[in-house]
Design a protein. Structure first.
Length: 154
């Protein structure tokens, strides 16, 4: 299932519980289509960079929210229609993320032995870096800066 972001801009005078109900209705559409809600963020009242003009309306400020979800693409037209007919919504944007949600079975949990091995490996790397940098004369990890490279100053 691909990941989507829904950025939602609601009129600034709409009460907070109405915005919550709008997000709840949208979330239920996603869940009914066997989707997964990943994250819900509220950015509160935001002043716009320019005025949104609609017939008999001008918007200088909106309430912004973001809903991140994974779902089949068939639910997107249903969400778009519901937002289009809702008079509280000023604008919305559905974005598809490039990264897809992987099944949870692919995320392997570490055992205590694996975690201890990783920590000791990191500790050894830190000790080696500290010991090698004392008398190295400013050579930071084998990288040489300035000179000889493409486009560098000379």
């Amino acid at each position: 299932m691909p990941l989507y972001d829904l950025i939602l801009q609601v009129k600034s005078h709409v009460p907070r519980h109405d915005v919550f109900n709008l997000l709840k209705r949208t979330s239920l559409k996603i869940l009914d289509a066997n989707g997964v809600l990943v994250d819900v963020k509220s950015f509160g009242h935001q002043t716009l960079a320019y005025v949104y003009k609609k017939p008999n309306e001008r918007h200088h400020e909106v309430q912004m929210s973001q809903l991140t979800f994974a779902s089949a693409p068939k639910v997107l037209p249903e969400i778009s229609h519901a937002l289009r007919v809702d008079e509280k919504v000023v604008r919305w944007m559905l974005l598809k993320r490039k990264r897809k949600m992987e099944p949870l079975i692919k995320y392997k949990a570490w055992t205590e032995e694996q975690r201890a091995a990783i920590e000791s490996r990191e500790e050894n790397n830190n000790n080696n870096n500290d010991a090698g940098s004392e008398g190295s004369g400013g050579n930071r990890g084998g990288r040489e800066f300035g000179g000889g490279g493409r486009g560098g100053r000379r």
